[in-house]
Design a protein around this ligand. Structure first.
Ligand code: ZN
Length: 419
């Protein structure tokens, strides 16, 4: 390391739209914020292509990562004052570092990029913590096992179960921050809930974080905020459509590259075109951000390949695919749809997507326990009718280029469309 981390620094404060101020006193945390890998998160948006629907949502992973840290700091401070935990400085530091770094492995257009190149941000988070010289060097100044412990908390291993609960569970500091932040930047009001009150009703209990019975309504508000954010914002059909279009751009570029037919490509993308995730180096991964991707799309507009030029233009100019809700489709129906596209001179691989949109993995099922005055524990859905009423659903959507195909042409094959 070029710079030795000092024991104490003057407290740093950063203005934040959710928490008002974010406070950093620990030089390890301050050192991490100032690494190249962490600063790169400024150039990766929190909600990928969501801004094509909610134009305010241009906020970055950087601001959410700081917010997750600050939420953890507040929770720990409440726990320590009221429940005497964590009275260990290393645990405290471990929790804060894990919160700050939990999204460090996200790539440009997070989920679209992962889908196109079969990468997983969880793997990269772990590798960056263990392999990036700068980040690893700073964490190692705490002690030699510290980077491994930070990675284990983020990776949900069982060495520090209470910290894992705080970072990644039904009631974790990650979603406590992103719900409020995403609601603010999208401009929707249904993602809001009372953060300070929620923290006040949380308490550590053995290896778990539980909620006081006086806090059931506060938790209901938080669970509903999540329900609305997923159904209205994160899984918005146009956001999913723009994500699918982006994947198609990357898929086409990769196919052309492998055939030796791609005229332009940023060198930063070559490792992903060429190799599997495990063969890409951490340094190569960290060079990539959304500015490089957008630059590539601008160049691809002018590619000789008509499909890539068209897809890149559609993405940059927000000419998104249209979509219709459908019933589950049989292979025969899908084949007829493909033939319809082929007859129009369109490659169905790039111009037709049949997508299942399921809310099951995103809505509350179980995992928040309520503690009463006699220290009896009950799962919150046993107590709350409201939470019990949240049931998952699955929709099927067919995406197609609406400027070329008309909905009535699809109807002739699909029969009557739902929704
Ligand atoms: Zn996060």
């Amino acid at each position: 390391m070029e710079t030795e981390i000092r024991q104490f620094i003057e407290e740093k404060v950063m203005k934040d739209p959710i928490h008002d101020w974010i406070y950093v006193k620990d030089p390890v945390l301050w050192g991490l914020i100032n690494t190249r890998a962490f600063q790169r998160l400024r150039r990766i948006r929190q909600l990928g292509t969501s801004s094509y629907v909610f134009h305010g949502s241009e906020h970055s992973r950087f601001t959410h990562s700081l917010g997750t840290y600050e939420t953890m700091r507040k929770v720990l401070s409440h726990f320590l004052r009221n429940h005497g935990w964590p009275n260990d400085e290393r645990i405290h530091k471990l929790a804060l570092c894990a919160a700050l770094l939990h999204d460090i492995g996200h790539g440009p257009f997070s989920h679209s990029f992962e889908g196109a190149f079969q990468t997983h941000h969880e793997n990269w988070t772990r590798r960056i913590i263990l392999e990036d010289e700068e980040i690893n060097g700073i964490l190692r100044q705490v002690d030699d096992h510290f980077p491994q412990d930070v990675a284990s908390v983020i990776g949900k291993e069982d060495k520090f179960p209470l910290l894992v609960r705080l970072i990644s569970s039904q009631l974790d500091v990650d979603r406590m921050d992103y719900l409020l932040r995403d609601a603010l930047h999208t401009g929707v009001i249904y993602g809001k809930y009372e953060l300070e009150r929620l923290i006040r009703v949380m308490r550590p209990y053995g290896d778990d974080v539980v909620v006081k019975s006086s806090g059931v309504h506060t938790v209901e508000q938080y669970v509903l905020a999540r329900y609305f954010m997923y159904t209205q914002v994160y899984l918005h059909h146009k956001t999913i459509g723009s994500d699918l279009l982006l994947r198609k751009v990357l898929l086409r570029a990769q196919t052309l590259y492998r055939q030796g037919e791609l005229d332009f490509y940023p060198v930063e993308l070559v490792p992903f075109f060429d190799r599997s995730e495990a063969e890409v180096q951490v340094g190569e991964y960290l060079r990539l951000d959304e500015s490089i991707m957008i630059y590539a799309f601008h160049q691809w507009r002018n590619e000789e390949d008509r499909i890539l030029a068209d897809l890149a233009s559609r993405f940059l100019d927000r000419r998104l695919y249209g979509s219709v809700v459908s019933d589950p489709l049989s292979n025969e129906t899908l084949e007829s749809l493909r033939q319809l596209l082929l007859a129009r001179g369109l490659d169905p691989e790039y111009y037709l997507v049949y997508q299942e949109i399921a809310t099951a993995g995103f809505l509350y099922k179980e995992g928040i326990r309520v503690i009463d005055e006699q220290e009896h524990l009950r799962e919150i859905h046993e107590i709350s009718n409201l939470i019990r009423s949240i049931v998952p659903e699955i929709k099927y959507r067919l995406y197609y280029p609406k400027d070329i195909l008309q909905e009535k042409e699809l109807v002739s094959i699909l029969g009557n469309l739902g929704g």
